[in-house]
Design a protein around this ligand. Structure first.
Ligand code: NDP
Length: 295
């Protein structure tokens, strides 16, 4: 089985590297140098266009910023649709939106290509280690075909329902992540101003009911140390929360909390720019309070 991978970004590159370790992989990336460098490092082949990639593979995997970029790769003389073979499998690991995925699935079905939305969680470390959680939306037979491919980079692979269900679940997960980041940033800023040691406060929160992945892993490793690595763009988290808000609107569920979180993230994105890391939202909380959360 030959796998084609499009989108060698922070997540895509380590995911594709794990696939390349197991078998034959063809890659395409918008910035061609990245694809060439990847191919040299991991022994993959490079396709000059999405069409050329699609023509030589059984499975296509995409990991791009949003569903918009995925859909844009389908069309045109060099697009995926011009090359895809009947019977192929299309796995979109982008954190995308359910409505676009349903449209993509319908367009691909016309070519007898099966589609699954399969967004991932676990960060760049999880991608390197092959321990990502994968949230799959697909018909049951498509899920059964997708699972062995997804196992190259995922260790917890969950079928959540029909096409779109994976993206919807991922968006809600991201909304929870965003709320935790924003709330902990505000709370810790207040504690530091009140004279409490940030390190001690995080320690005790992590033994208490307010703990979360943000308090247990992200803040100790990245904020308290002042390391601020760049692994996931704030712009992408903002996009994710917007998808969660759309889901609430579509289902007629009131979402005042996510509305505020979305506004705060959009403001942070405008202030910090497209390349800022998602935890830099906490930096803004620090700046506004005139303190630093270290310890
Ligand atoms: P990056 O910004 O690091 O990489 C984006 C990739 O998409 C690059 O390969 C980029 O190509 C490509 N790309 C961007 N725009 C286009 C376009 N118009 N046409 C074709 N290719 C394009 O993003 P991540 O890898 O961090 O994220 C990818 C997806 O995974 C997102 O949906 C994100 O929300 C999700 N995700 C990210 C996580 C993380 O920790 N980073 C964790 C879990 C999910 P080029 O090299 O040319 O810029």
């Amino acid at each position: 089985m030959i796998v084609g991978f499009l989108g060698l970004g922070a997540m895509g590159a380590p995911m594709a590297a794990r696939l390349a370790r197991r078998g034959d992989v063809v890659v395409w990336n918008r910035t061609a140098e990245r694809a060439g460098e990847f191919a040299r490092r991991f022994g993959a082949r490079v396709a000059g266009t999405p069409r050329k990639l699609a023509a030589q593979v059984d499975v296509v995997v995409t990991c791009l910023p949003t569903s918009r970029e995925v859909e844009a790769l389908l069309d045109g003389p060099d697009g995926l649709l011009a090359g895809l073979r009947a019977g192929a499998l299309f796995l979109d690991c982008t954190s995308g939106d359910p409505a676009t995925s349903r449209r993509l699935a319908a367009r691909l079905a016309e070519r007898e290509v099966a589609f699954a939305d399969a967004p991932v969680s676990g960060g760049t470390n999880g991608a390197e280690a092959g321990t990502l959680a994968v949230m799959v939306g697909a018909a049951p037979d498509t899920f059964a075909r997708a699972r062995p491919v997804l196992e190259a980079f995922g260790s917890r692979i969950q079928h959540l329902g029909p096409v779109g269900a994976g993206h919807a679940t991922k968006a809600v997960n991201q909304a929870l992540l965003a709320v935790n980041i924003l709330a902990l940033g505000e709370g810790l800023a207040a504690l530091v101003k009140a004279g409490v040691s940030a390190g001690a406060a995080v320690d005790v929160i992590n033994q208490s009911s307010g703990r979360s992945f943000v308090s247990e892993a992200l803040v100790p490793e990245r904020v308290l140390t002042g390391r601020w690595p760049r692994t996931f763009r704030l712009a992408l988290l903002d996009k994710d929360v917007a998808i969660a808000r759309e889901l609430l609107q579509e289902t007629g569920v009131d979402g005042p909390l996510l509305e505020v979180a979305g506004e705060l993230l959009a403001g942070a994105r405008a202030e910090l720019g497209e390349d800022a890391d998602y935890l830099e939202a906490i930096r803004l909380a620090e700046q506004r309070a005139g303190i630093e959360i270290r310890g």
